[in-house]
Design a protein around this ligand. Sequence first.
Ligand code: CTP
Length: 216
Amino acid sequence: MSNASSIRCLITAGPTREFIDPVRFISNPSTGKMGFALAEAALQAGWNVDLIAGPVAMEEPDGAIFYPVITAEEMFHQVDALFDACDVLIMTAAVSDFRPVHPLARKEKKGEASMTIEFERTTDILMTVAQRKLHQTVVGFAAETHDVIRYAREKLESKNLDFIVANQVGQPGAGFAAESNEVTLIAADGSSVKLGPASKAAIAGELIALVTPQVS
Ligand code: CTP
């Protein structure tokens, strides 16, 4: 990698939606703030940025190529299409792990007193593309409520990542929707560095500096 302007970075952000019927879906509280902050930081570092985002109420960063998606499957196809050309993939998106097996074409009337929905796993986007990485630096996020570092290290290894950002969720001042964050960046060589508590923008700047591909 000779200079910053030749680095192409692919960032995913926000939640995905998995539809039960045309008016109901399962999702999660991700707002896309961390992913958009990373896109801004990467642009400031002079990188080329492709930003793939699920449904979020955020303004597109100036200078990034923006790809809006809704479902995990749409996000998978977009990441799959752009991965080979990128130098750095950062998956901040909170991808739904499950989707209804039989989404209904028409709105379900409440009728019965209870309903059962059958779910199936969505594609693990990060694991699927990281299996074929060549020169790419692949960075995952691990949102955990407990045993944060242990689970993050397991994901780093099982998903074939170069780095994972361990992120405690479910507490004030970090994780979903918060303005600030406190994370631990863990590298594949086992080293780790704590970042924050600080604004998501400040943490994003530090993360971009730390995952920058080395000049070869
Ligand atoms: N991820 C992904 N595709 C999925 C689920 C997750 O690419 N279907 C990515 C996320 O974007 C994140 C990383 O995998 O970078 C870890 O996501 P997380 O939700 O913490 O873990 P899971 O792999 O879903 O495992 P679990 O839910 O069991 O903790």
